[in-house]
Design a protein around this ligand. Structure first.
Ligand code: ADP
Ligand code: MG
Length: 620
């Protein structure tokens, strides 16, 4: 028989190798972000479209590449990061295999633009399916931009295997979190389908965690530190009172690299023993430093698993350190185990008596009654009592301004306000449009002058309040308009989660969520609330499921209330979102059409005012 074995052509070999490195858009994100970090960038921007299926683009201000290196970077096993086998034992970079770019270029349309700091012009290369279709000089800033378009365009089977956009987006966000948490000293931005998802300034690790997971996270963190010859441990654990049933806040980083380690996870869990409810998973952000020579990260192609020489020692130290922190901050006995049963069936206690809410409400007042115009009814709440003078809003607000601990809601009871002229009396200059000047501060606050001084509105909380009242109204009084989807969304949930969603199908229907055919494998969505971008639908429902599962009994009024809260919170524009003037005005308008504009549904202050007197005082 003739010889039959042949060497595979390069492009075929690359495609096969690509399968190992690139499973989904998130893998591309990870490789490109890591390359940017390796290139010593101080600012990195990730732009994706359609959950990365159409576009993944990473721009960095790092070292850039020479024209020759730019071309070389797409060759397999081409790397600038190791030169000899020995270097493998002393890695300080994320990459070292030299496979990522070659693999990506084998299965997508790739464009690279890059320039080194010393060069006056840069270079631009286009590659499709491993074939270079063009290389030319280009005027580009120092650093590198890589665009990866139409992933798996030449492997339809792989493309079809991709999950729904929300699921793929979730994976991308996970990778983004991992890299961003590992490098708080680098500024990161993420943009999806044209809107900002994250805007993370250069910061310390605690701020980075808070910037990613929300300001509430700050109070939940307990610091962890330990230094020994074998390992240095730094970071934070989540207080036992706040642990979740879902995964999502378990992060180990070893020498700046995110890793998965069931073994180390066990060490942390062991430290938490006795403090956690069954089924909950401790949250942690732990940064370990070990001698690179004492570990091997080469055992997994995507490099998230590693092997330590001193595994047992590290386990023991980690457990002891976490335990020490838990003890030191005396946060042990915080759980009420009697609530266990209800924890499992959150909707069961809908029939139980609701705990009186902490917000004072006018019980005779029904904001959602048909025919009751919202604006004037909102003002009805304002009218009780009176404050004299020409700065009624300011006086009223100052009286009720949140205490230092920041949890008490602002009440408008003592504020006099004319209903019709609500906004007119609030905001100064009719000539300058409704609000006079309005602007956004740090993508977080909306600032606008009012008669008595300045008002600062928290954009996320404001929108949370607006959506909450809107959803609640839809659920109790009227049907929401649903945005019909041309192609039903297929969302993947675990079986119990799916059942949970089916259980509240009716209420969800009132908010605009419409389910299609019920199947075993996936949830079909045929309609979503109008105010919800399609790409967010999956995430919002996932968060809703988690919220329902984690609901602590006694925190809400009713089932509808909880549902509205969870949906509103997840749909509300985030801190970090850029709003144009129109959007800012619209938000402020909608806020003041609410029954309780001053407090979020969770009773946090939505706005504060700074009176002229306060400002004057600063100049004394
Ligand atoms: P690895 O990261 O394992 O070396 P890659 O295929 O990811 O392999 O990248 C190949 C090479 O291309 C890198 O070693 C690096 O020299 C260069 N490179 C890739 N991305 C960048 C970037 N963003 N900035 C500068 N150089 C880069
Ligand atoms: Mg790399």
């Amino acid at each position: 028989m003739a010889d039959v074995i042949q060497l595979l052509p390069d492009h075929v070999a690359n495609q096969i190798a690509a399968g190992e490195v690139v499973q989904r858009p998130a893998s591309v994100v990870k490789e490109l972000l890591e390359n940017a970090v390796d290139a010593k960038a101080t600012s990195i921007t990730l732009v994706i479209k359609d959950a990365g299926k159409t576009l993944v683009q990473v721009t960095d201000n790092g070292t850039g590449m020479s024209p020759t290196d730019a071309r070389m970077s797409f060759e397999r096993h081409a790397t600038s990061k190791i030169k000899k086998a020995g270097d493998l034992f002393n890695l300080s970079t994320k990459g070292f295999r030299g496979e990522a770019l070659a693999s990506i270029a084998a299965i997508a349309h790739v464009q690279l633009k890059t320039k080194t700091g010393t060069a006056s012009v840069g270079t631009q290369i286009s590659i499709e399916g491993s074939t270079v279709s063009g290389q030319e000089a280009a005027v580009v800033p120092t650093g590198t931009t890589i665009l990866v378009k139409n992933l798996f365009y030449n492997i339809p089977a792989r493309r079809n295997f991709l999950k729904s956009s929300p699921v793929e987006t979730r994976h991308i966000i996970d990778e983004f979190h991992r890299v961003a948490l590992a490098h708080p000293n680098i500024a990161f931005t993420m943009v999806h389908n044209g809107s900002d998802v994250f805007r993370l300034p250069h910061s310390n690790i605690r701020q980075r965690i808070v910037n990613i997971f929300g300001s509430k996270t700050n109070e939940k963190l307990v610091p962890v530190t330990e230094e020994t010859d074998v390992v240095t441990i730094n970071g934070f654990i989540v207080k036992p009172a706040f642990v979740k049933k879902s995964r999502g806040q378990q992060f180990f980083f070893v020498n700046g690299r995110f890793i998965k380690s069931p073994y180390l996870h066990h060490a942390v869990s062991a430290a938490f023993q006795g403090l956690l409810k069954q089924g909950t998973i401790p949250g942690y952000f732990l940064f370990l430093k070990v001698d690179p020579a004492s570990m091997d990260i080469n055992i997994h192609p995507t490099k998230t698993e590693i092997k330590f020489d001193n595994e047992h020692t590290i386990y023991a130290m980690l457990r002891a350190t976490v335990k020490h922190s838990l003890g030191q901050f005396s946060i042990a006995p915080v759980l009420d185990f009697t609530k266990d049963g209800q924890f499992e069936t959150p909707y069961g206690y809908a029939k139980k008596q609701a705990v009186a809410p902490t917000v004072e409400v006018d019980r005779n007042f029904n904001p959602f009654a048909k025919g009751a115009p919202l604006k004037s009814s909102a003002a009805a709440g304002f009218k009780k009592g009176a404050a004299a003078g020409q700065g009624p809003l300011y006086l009223g607000l100052r009286d009720a301004a949140p205490a230092e601990n920041g949890t008490q809601a602002v009440h408008f009871e003592s504020v006099e306000m004319e209903s019709e002229a609500l906004t007119g009396s609030l905001f100064d200059d009719p000539e300058l449009g409704r609000f006079g000047t309005i602007f956004q501060l740090q993508h977080k606050y909306i600032i606008t002058p009012i008669k008595s001084g300045l008002m600062v509105i928290h954009q996320h909380l404001a929108h949370y309040r607006v959506l909450y009242e809107e959803l609640l109204k839809n659920m109790t009084v009227q049907e929401a308009v649903s945005q019909q989807l041309l192609f039903p969304l297929q969302l993947h949930f675990s079986k119990p989660d799916m059942q949970l969603l089916y259980k509240i199908e009716e209420q969800l229907g009132h908010t605009g969520f419409q389910f299609g055919k019920k199947t075993e494998g996936a949830l079909q969505l045929t309609g979503i609330p109008v105010s919800l971008p399609e790409s967010m639908a999956g995430t919002v429902l996932e968060n809703l499921v988690n919220d329902i599962k984690e609901e602590v009994p006694g925190t809400g009024f009713s089932q509808n209330d909880r549902l509205a809260k969870s949906l509103a919170k997840n749909m509300a524009i985030k801190t970090g979102t850029l709003l144009n003037v129109k959007a800012q005005e619209h938000l402020v308008h909608s806020l003041f059409a609410c029954k309780e504009p001053s407090a979020s549904p969770d009773n946090a202050p939505v706005l504060v005012t700074l009176g002229i007197a306060d400002i004057d005082n600063k100049f004394m």
